[in-house]
Design a protein around this ligand. Structure first.
Ligand SMILES: [Zn+2]
Length: 128
């Protein structure tokens, strides 16, 4: 019959009304089965700005800047993914999406550049 703090997860002494680790008021928690209100509030307030920025920049880069901002969105997304670990996984999906989009767009535009170079080269050769 041990209780755990809904705020920090510290194990509480029996009949503990507040957490000795972080000082949060515990109240009546049934072995941690009830959804802890504090945790949901925390995850909502801790948005992952870097992951969102990385995802948005990767889209902007693809649609508006011909992939020129890919390196930026890749950096933002990787930082967002790292930060997601300390934010209860918040923004993890966005960060991964940002990295995937950045990589796909990067490969796409490198292929376009290479094939474009070959095409112009072939054109020059045929003109001679
Ligand atoms: Zn606590």
């Amino acid at each position: 019959m041990s209780k755990f703090c809904p705020n920090c997860g510290n194990e509480l002494a029996n009949d503990g009304k507040f957490c000795t680790s972080c000082g949060a008021t515990v109240g009546n928690v049934n072995n941690g089965n009830a959804a802890p209100v504090n945790v949901t509030v925390n995850t909502q307030s801790e948005s992952n700005g870097m992951a969102v920025a990385g995802f948005v920049i990767s889209l902007v880069s693809f649609f508006l800047c011909c992939g020129s901002l890919n390196w930026l969105s890749l950096i933002f997304s990787i930082v967002g993914l790292v930060q997601a670990k300390s934010k209860n996984g918040n923004g993890k999906g966005l960060a991964i999406a940002g990295i995937v989009i950045s990589c796909i767009v990067m490969v796409l535009f490198i292929l376009l550049m290479v094939t474009g170079m070959f095409a112009s080269f072939a054109e020059e050769v045929s003109n001679i």
